[in-house]
Every structure is written in structure tokens, then in C-alpha cells.
Design a protein around this ligand. Sequence first.
Ligand SMILES: [Zn+2]
Length: 155
Amino acid sequence: MDIMSDKKELQVAALENGTVIDHIPSEKLFTVVSLLDLQHETNNITIGNNFESKKLGKKGIVKIADRFFSEEEISRLAVVAPNIRLNIIRNYEVVEKKQVVLPDELKGIVKCNNPKCITNNEPMLTWFHVIDKEKGLLKCHYCEKEQQIDNIKLL
Ligand SMILES: [Zn+2]
């Protein structure tokens, strides 16, 4: 076994029960932390960043003990980092792997970039339709302005 694969195993070692969030692009690590509200989490959390990744260059990993995420929470991650993978750990073993999938609709996650949009002028939730998942194209339900997922601002 070479040194690289030894290191890889260390990165995901020793979580008895919980979730490992893997393949987070390094520059998105803290966005993921805030999207999942992990700064208020009281469970044991390990956050690692700037690990080497063939796919991403550099990646971050978050391990959270005794915490499992809902589909809604997971779908929020798709907005910032569609390649994220979640490993569900029970009894030190990966019992399930989840790939983050962009949902058909996003409510209350992304800000509309049209200053005249009603969502920027009234206290209401934003609502976007994902009109092209491949290209990451969103369309505001209210003003119909389209925006690219790479350029979004989170609420
Ligand atoms: Zn709008």
C-alpha cells in the first residue's frame, strides 16, 4: 500500500455513527458549513480542508458524529457544490452513499439578482425553478429572470 492510500483512509477513519461529507471543493467548505448550520451544531465535528483530490484539485471533508441530514438539507448543498458525496456511517461502516442532486425547485435558498424582483422588495421567500440541471440554469418564479448557478448569491 502506498502512502497516498494510507492518508486517504485516515481522512475518513473512526466515526462510529454519523455523516461524512466528502468531495467538497475547498473554496466552498465554509459555505457548506453555514448552509447546514454546523456552526451551531453541538455534536462532535471534524472539518478538514485542502486535501488532495484528483477530481477537484483540493477538497474539504466534514465529519459529524450522530447527525444525519434530510433530503431537503442535502439538496441545499447541490446549489453550491453538485459533486458532494455523503457517506452515512453506522457502527464504523459506510451503510449508504448519497450523491447530492440538484432539486427541481429551490425555495428560500438563493437570492434573485434582479433588484426590481418582488422578492427583493417584500419580505417573502425566493422561489426558483431549475430549468437546466446540466447547465445549472435557474429561473425566478416571480420575475422570470434567469441566472447561472455559478453566479448565485445565497440568502
Ligand atoms: Zn426574481
